[in-house]
Design a protein around this ligand. Structure first.
Ligand SMILES: Cc1cc2nc3c(=O)[nH]c(=O)nc-3n(C[C@H](O)[C@H](O)[C@H](O)COP(=O)(O)OP(=O)(O)OC[C@H]3O[C@@H](n4cnc5c(N)ncnc54)[C@H](O)[C@@H]3O)c2cc1C
Length: 374
C-alpha cells in the first residue's frame, strides 16, 4: 500500500545495486561517476554491511608461494596469472578511488611461514618469480629466514617474504568508501533485504521486505546489479556459489610485540597480522570445511580453539596474551577461484564469488560491472 507521493517520487531509480560490500559500493562509485545525473541506490539488508567486507583481515594480497603452487595444480599458468593480474589491478583501483591514506595502506612486510612438510616449495621460488615477472618487474618472493628468530616464531622451518603485498585498515576503507559514494549522491538504504526481482520489458522490479508495514515494498529501476557474494543463491538459485565462513580473533595489545606486517601459512588457510599492537588471526576453515559451508554468523569453537593453540605454540610462544574479540565473516567460493562477473540479462548484472581475495579484486569487479552495463 503506497501513497501517491511515495509512488511518484520514492520508488523509481535509474540504477539499483544490492549489497553494500566492497563490490556493491565500488559498483555504485563507477556507475555514478559514469552517469552523474542518474539516480543510484544501494540496498543493504544489514544496518552495517553484513557479509565479508567489514569482517576480513585487510590483507592487500596477491597470493603466497604455496597458494600459487597449489593453484597451479588445478589451473594453467595463464589462469593463475590472470588471477594475479586481477588482484593487482583491483588494489591499484582501490588506491585510485580513495588514496592510500583513506584505506590505511601500509607496507610493513608480508611473509609466509613454511613448515617441515612444505619445504619442497622453496625449490619453486625461482620458477614462481619467473612466472610472475610477466606481470611485475621485480621478484615476488625471496627467502628471508633471518626474520624467524627476530619475530620469535616457533617450529617454522623457513620464511618466504612476498615483496609486492601490503595491508589496509578495512574499517577505514569501508567508512571512507561509504562517505565517498554518499557525497557523490548515491543513496544507501540499510536494513532493506531484497527478496526477489522480476524483469519486465522496460524495467526491473525489486521486491524488498517491509516488516514495519508487514508487507513487501516494490522498487523499480532500469538496471539492477547483484553484489551479494556468498548470499547470491537467495536471488539467483542457479549461481554456482558455496559460502565459506571465516573465523577470526584479535588479541588485546601485546607488550613488546616483535613483528609488524602480514603473515600466511598452510596455503593461505591461516593468516595473521599486527594491528595497533595486537594480533589479528584468522582461518582454519580447512579443519572443518563442511560445517563452515554456511551463511550463518557463528563461532566454531573447534576452529577458534585451534587458532588459540597456534598463537600459543607458533606465533607467540612463551608469551601471555588475552583475546579481545572473536568474530566471523562469510566468503563465497566456487569450483575455480575465478569470480562471477557477468550479465544476467540486458538489465541485470552479477558480480559475486570473491573467494578470500575481495579486498584485492573487489574494486576491479565493481569497475567491470559498471562498464558492462553501459
Ligand atoms: C574472515 C575473512 C578474512 C578475509 N580476509 C581477506 C583479506 O585479507 N584480503 C582479501 O582480499 N580478502 C579477504 N577476505 C575476503 C573479502 O573480505 C571478500 O571477498 C569481500 O569482502 C567480498 O566483498 P563483496 O562486496 O563481494 O561481498 P560482501 O562484503 O559479503 O557484501 C555483500 C553484501 O550483500 C548484502 N546482502 C546479501 N544478500 C542481500 C539481500 N538479499 N538484500 C540486501 N542485501 C544483501 C550482505 O549483507 C553484504 O553486506 C576475507 C573474508 C573473510 C570473511
Amino acid at each position: 500500500m503506497l501513497s501517491i507521493w511515495e509512488r511518484n517520487e520514492l520508488i523509481h531509480y535509474d540504477h539499483i545495486i544490492i549489497g553494500s560490500g566492497i563490490v556493491g559500493l565500488t559498483t555504485a562509485y563507477y556507475v555514478k561517476k559514469k552517469n552523474p545525473s542518474k539516480s543510484v541506490l544501494v540496498l543493504e539488508r544489514g544496518l552495517l554491511p553484513t557479509g565479508a567486507s567489514t569482517k576480513n583481515a585487510g590483507f592487500a594480497c596477491m597470493g603466497s608461494l604455496t597458494e600459487i603452487l597449489d593453484d597451479l595444480k588445478i589451473a594453467s599458468e595463464e589462469e593463475v596469472l590472470e588471477l594475479f593480474r586481477l588482484r593487482k589491478k583491483g588494489l591499484e583501483r582501490l588506491q585510485s578511488i580513495l588514496g592510500k591514506e583513506k584505506i590505511g595502506y601500509q607496507t610493513n612486510g608480508s611473509y609466509e611461514l613454511i613448515f617441515k612438510n612444505e619445504i619442497a616449495a622453496l625449490e619453486k621460488i625461482d620458477y614462481c618469480n619467473q612466472l610472475l615477472r610477466k606481470e611485475i618487474k621485480q621478484d615476488a618472493f625471496r627467502l628471508n629466514n633471518s626474520k624467524i628468530q627476530e619475530f620469535g616464531f616457533n617450529g617454522v622451518c623457513a620464511m618466504v617474504e612476498n615483496l609486492c603485498e601490503g595491508e589496509i585498515d578495512t574499517g577505514l576503507m569501508m567508512k571512507n568508501l561509504i562517505q565517498l559514494v554518499s557525497s557523490m549522491g548515491v543513496e544507501i538504504k540499510t536494513g532493506c533485504e531484497v527478496l526477489s526481482f522480476n524483469e519486465h520489458s522496460n524495467q526491473v522490479e525489486i521486491i524488498c521486505n517491509n516488516p514495519l508495514l508487514n508487507n513487501e515494498l516494490i522498487l523499480k529501476s532500469n538496471k539492477l546489479f547483484i553484489c551479494t557474494n556468498a548470499f547470491a543463491k537467495k536471488l539467483l538459485p542457479q549461481a554456482n556459489v558455496t559460502p565459506g565462513r571465516g573465523q577470526v580473533l584479535i588479541t588485546k595489545p601485546i607488550p613488546d610485540l616483535k613483528f609488524k606486517g602480514i603473515f600466511h601459512f598452510e596455503e593461505g588457510y591461516y593468516y595473521f597480522r599486527e594491528y595497533k599492537g595486537c594480533i589479528l588471526f584468522g582461518g582454519g576453515r580447512n579443519i572443518d570445511k563442511q560445517t563452515e559451508e554456511t551463511t550463518e554468523f557463528a563461532l566454531n569453537q573447534a576452529i577458534q580453539q585451534s587458532l588459540i593453540e597456534k598463537l600459543q605454540t607458533i606465533i607467540l610462544p612463551n608469551q601471555a596474551f588475552e583475546i579481545d574479540l572473536q568474530w566471523t565473516g562469510i566468503m563465497a567460493f566456487g569450483p575455480t577461484k575465478k569470480p562471477i562477473i557477468e550479465p544476467y540479462s540486458d538489465k541485470v548484472f552479477v558480480g559475486v564469488r570473491m573467494g578470500g581475495m575481495g579486498v584485492a579484486i573487489g574494486s576491479e569487479v565493481g569497475f567491470s560491472l559498471a562498464e558492462m552495463s553501459s
